[in-house]
Write a new protein. Structure first.
Length: 108
């Protein structure tokens, strides 16, 4: 029940906010320009569906490439982090070997 009131409140608030913002002449003009541009695009792509399909396909391919590139970068970073995690153990081993080498020389 309260979720329903929340949604109604958000929608009503958004509508009131939009109405109040329309009192500003510059905002009205910009909004009208954007609505006209959107209308023109809708009408154009409704008549040229093949072009819209090509455009959508291109965007999907770009997003897939971006995903692949990001995945490769994340894998590279994870490999480097694993290498960095191994460094303290290697350094500790070198220090221990050096310590043992000096200890054995001092005993001779």
């Amino acid at each position: 029940m309260s979720g329903n009131k929340l949604c109604k409140g958000v929608v009503i608030g958004a509508l009131v906010g939009a109405a109040v913002s329309m009192f500003d002449e510059e905002t009205r003009e910009e909004t009208l320009k954007k609505v006209k541009k959107a209308k023109h695009s809708v009408v154009y792509y409704a008549k040229n569906r093949e072009e819209l399909q090509i455009l959508v396909r291109e965007q999907i391919e770009k997003m897939q490439k971006l995903y692949e590139d990001t995945k490769e970068n994340v894998n590279f970073i994870m490999e480097k982090l694993d290498e960095v995690k191994e460094i303290p153990g290697a350094v500790q081993e070198i220090v221990q070997d050096t310590k043992e080498a000096f200890s054995s020389k001092e005993q001779k």
